[in-house]
Design a protein around this ligand. Sequence first.
Ligand SMILES: Cc1cc2nc3c(=O)[nH]c(=O)nc-3n(C[C@H](O)[C@H](O)[C@H](O)COP(=O)(O)O)c2cc1C
Length: 136
Amino acid sequence: MSDLTCWMYISTATIPRAHAAQVIDAIVAISRGRNAALEVTGALIFSGDMFAQIIEGPAEAIAELRASITRDVRHREILTMADGEQNRRQFADWSLAYSGTALFVARELDRIRAARASEPYNSDRDLRRLLGELAL
Ligand SMILES: Cc1cc2nc3c(=O)[nH]c(=O)nc-3n(C[C@H](O)[C@H](O)[C@H](O)COP(=O)(O)O)c2cc1C
């Protein structure tokens, strides 16, 4: 039996654009250490205004991280796109894959977020694909 769980969300950043790079570097540095210690893997993308992230790992670790991330004031309007059990890791090699700011994904993230209510299955698939393509 596996207790591999995931949480995937889109959120709105509250950090000033001018400081975004430093703030995100700090988030990624902390996350890589903590995620590795918790056997969590995942990916993060930043569009300039929005974050999207997936984390995957043991249910208890995901619950703990989800609580930390949810109360983090560096973002708001956290919209869960997927959560629950997962068969295998999509980001097995990454404690947190991050490839820098990708401004061109803003429109795609908006579209995926808006489609979530009416097309949850497609939104889940599209966001996973976007995270997989960008977060290397
Ligand atoms: C968009 C975003 C993604 C984050 N992702 C992670 C993550 O994957 N792992 C992690 O340990 N912290 C992550 N953080 C930082 C946590 O919110 C938190 O600041 C940090 O883990 C320290 O936890 P604590 O505030 O409960 O002490 C993220 C923060 C933001 C804003």
